[in-house]
Design a protein around this ligand. Sequence first.
Ligand code: ADP
Ligand code: ADP
Length: 231
Amino acid sequence: MSLLAVRNLVIDYAETRALDGADLDLARGETLGLVGESGSGKSTLGSAVGRLLPTTARRTEGEVLVAGEPVFDLPAREVRKLRKKHLGFVFQDPIASLDPTMRVGNQLRLVLGRGGDVRFHLGRVKLDDPRVLRAYPHQLSGGMAQRVAIAMAMATSPELLVADEPTAALDTQVREEVLNVVFSLAADAGTSILWLSHDLPAVARRCDQVAVMYGGRVVERGPAREVLGRP
Ligand code: ADP
Ligand code: ADP
């Protein structure tokens, strides 16, 4: 069974058809780069995986199965459970996935629950520093905040990490550090990655598989080296 199966998914906003019959399969342990021009539907597809679409979006047709569960047909409570059990998300703006009113250590503690080792999880993203524990998200640099967001998303060892351009706003050197952290943590945990990106060379280097979106559909899918050529 695929970890993720998107079947003929059609998502509409008031005036725009953002997905127009998208199909995608992702196996356990696979890393897949989802590429395509701006507006082709990458973000909509990534958000649909966790039913995290804006309230103005409507699922018109099709389905999304995560570990066999139809996320659009479950009660909201079951969707929250499914997210917690199987999924992690990181976005371009790390601050959006962090709580601005809470110190980093406290919000990580909340995700980990009792018995969780906050310093271990910060250490895995190379941030084991008491100053980081005590900081509020906006006091961190973009790269540090993104690593905190990654630590939070990976704290539960999800089966699938959906990463929506998490390095797009970072400069080149920091981008590589963040990429290293994500891909090594995921490899250690056996986490699959759905990596939404404009950065074709990075996708070619890091991902096993590539899917290309155009006009709200996945128009091509295959091994990264075949689809994108050698990096
Ligand atoms: P991307 O980097 O994925 O191309 P965009 O800059 O297109 O992102 O979109 C940024 C944010 O604006 C997203 O949250 C998206 O949902 C929202 N957005 C994109 N297009 C529209 C639109 N036509 N109307 C309202 N919101 C939009
Ligand atoms: P990508 O991530 O590839 O840039 P998106 O999924 O953000 O693509 O956008 C797909 C289409 O849906 C675009 O036409 C975009 O303008 C539209 N769209 C995205 N978010 C919104 C939104 N919140 N409201 C209205 N239209 C949106």
